[in-house]
Design a protein around this ligand. Sequence first.
Ligand code: ZN
Length: 167
Amino acid sequence: MGNSDTIVAGQVVGLRYTLRDAAGVWIDGSEDGEPLDYLHGAENLVPGLEKALLGHKVGDKLNVTVPPEDAYGLREGPGPQPVPREAFPGDAEIEEGMPFTVENEDGEEIDLWVVRVEDDQVFVDANHPLAGTTLCFDVEVMSIRAATAEEQMHGHPHGPDGHHHHN
Ligand code: ZN
């Protein structure tokens, strides 16, 4: 596995990043001084960004534009559908952008996102909130190290002292 100083599968990589849409509107970013760690080759990142990082080394800065097809996909289906508020547990906090999982009649799990809440109705959509969006990343590679066997097995990096970061 990776003991190289370039990014390959099996490396835990620390990134500083800023994510904007094609119009330059800020979407997300690493906190000041708090790089995002990911495990390369484990689909922790959207495919287009992971592909672009392959072979880079610490200190490299990249501007990566990722079309929806290589990010969260194109928007599909009928769009947001209303669900009665009472279909959710009474103590559930329901917020715009909140993900949750339901089972369909065949017992398959389906990911849904809350689009908006109106009085006693919750509008949900099967599209990821960033589906259909072109993602523009400004990325700096901050660190590269070999993943531990446990990290490889879990498919994600652990923090210092083997602490779990499950997102
Ligand atoms: Zn884990």
